[in-house]
Design a protein around this ligand. Structure first.
Ligand code: HMG
Ligand code: MG
Length: 295
């Protein structure tokens, strides 16, 4: 059995970091990720630089990525303007994003859910016309920092709309890391009755330490694409209390010891996070990284 890990550290991880990394430092991290065997790398977002200053170098970074046919470079695009910027770069695949709750959607992308659909529909259509694959993200699937519980039927409705637009996969975001295994089972079972497992991915933030167990539950239900960030960096700047993603090291360690292949070399991956720690000047939360450093 194999699991596809989508490495989101350079995007989701860095967007929440106060220290702005120079583009050259990001390029070093990309090279080290590739050396560790990571093949799906979300490198940046083509959002407004005022909203996410850490990713203001999106064009430069995404234009100077090492060419490697085995690697899929990914980036977030919120609208037509973001897509136009991204299309000038080496990014292979795009992701559109929205939330299952009105309040988070508005805080994050300044639109109601209804106003968001036509924007994402246009982006998806134009990207596909350029031969690009488009992933969809749905945030706040398991809870919203402003509205609390979110209805599964609302999540399902948004997924239907995104698939109808032409996204090939939807990553289900536990944006603020509130989900427990029971929540994951409930939501996934409902969604899996409508959508095939290979079209869904899990994106678990580890705010309360449930990221790994939630990923495991998703895997048991047939989900084989999981988003993680090296060192466990991450968070959404427009979701108060959102902490890092499940750490790539923690998932790779667990899966490989279970006999599930990830294609990622754990030692080399830890080397990426150690480099990031040095640049950021702080310890990253991954537990496996800590044990590696201490060993
Ligand atoms: P807006 O202010 O509503 O945009 O922002 P607008 O269309 O009204 O335009 C206002 C100005 O922004 C104009 O410039 C546009 O040109 C410019 P002006 O005429 O005033 O000089 N503009 C842009 N500039 C550069 N790139 C663009 C762009 N679009 C407009 N793409 C917008 C709307 C979506 C741009 C803004 O709200 C934004 O950038 N939001 C990004 C928020 C974000 O990045 N959040 C984090 C990512 S999502 C996440 O982390 C969750 C996830 O990980 C899953 C999970 O965990 O749940 C994916
Ligand atoms: Mg996220």
């Amino acid at each position: 059995m194999e699991v596809k890990i989508v490495e989101v550290g350079l995007r989701d991880g860095l967007q929440n970091e106060a220290v702005i990394l120079p583009t050259d430092a990001k390029k070093i991290l990309v090279k080290k990720l590739i050396a560790a065997g990571v093949r799906d790398i979300e490198v940046t977002s083509f959002v407004h630089p005022k909203w996410v200053p850490q990713l203001a170098d999106a064009e430069q970074l995404a234009s100077e990525l090492p060419s490697n046919a085995a690697v899929v470079y990914r980036a977030l695009v919120p609208n037509r303007q973001g897509l136009a910027r991204a299309l000038e770069t080496k990014v292979d695949e795009f992701a559109v994003f929205m939330s299952a709750s009105e309040a988070h959607n508005r805080k994050n992308i300044n639109k109601s859910i209804a106003e968001t659909y036509p924007v994402l529909e246009e982006v998806t259509k134009l990207a596909k016309q350029q031969g690009k694959k488009v992933r969809g993200y749905v945030s706040t699937v398991f809870g919203c920092p402003y509205e609390g519980d979110v209805d599964i039927s609302q999540v399902a409705k948004i997924c239907e709309r995104l698939f109808a637009m032409g996204v090939y996969e939807i990553s289900l975001g536990d944006t603020i890391g509130v989900a427990t295994p029971n929540d994951v089972k409930k939501v996934l079972k409902a969604l899996l009755s409508q959508f095939p497992a290979e079209t869904l991915a899990g994106h678990f933030h580890d705010t309360r330490g449930t990221g790994l167990v939630n990923a495991y539950v998703a895997l048991e239900l047939g989900i084989t694409t999981l988003d993680t960030s090296f060192g466990g960096m991450g968070g959404c700047p427009y979701a108060p209390g959102a902490a890092g993603n499940l750490a790539t090291e923690d998932l790779v360690y667990t899966l490989e010891r279970m006999g599930v292949k990830t294609g990622i070399d754990l030692e080399r991956l830890c080397d990426v996070s150690l480099t990031a720690q040095r640049i950021l000047g702080k310890a990253l939360p991954s537990k496996v990284l800590k044990s590696y450093v201490g060993s």
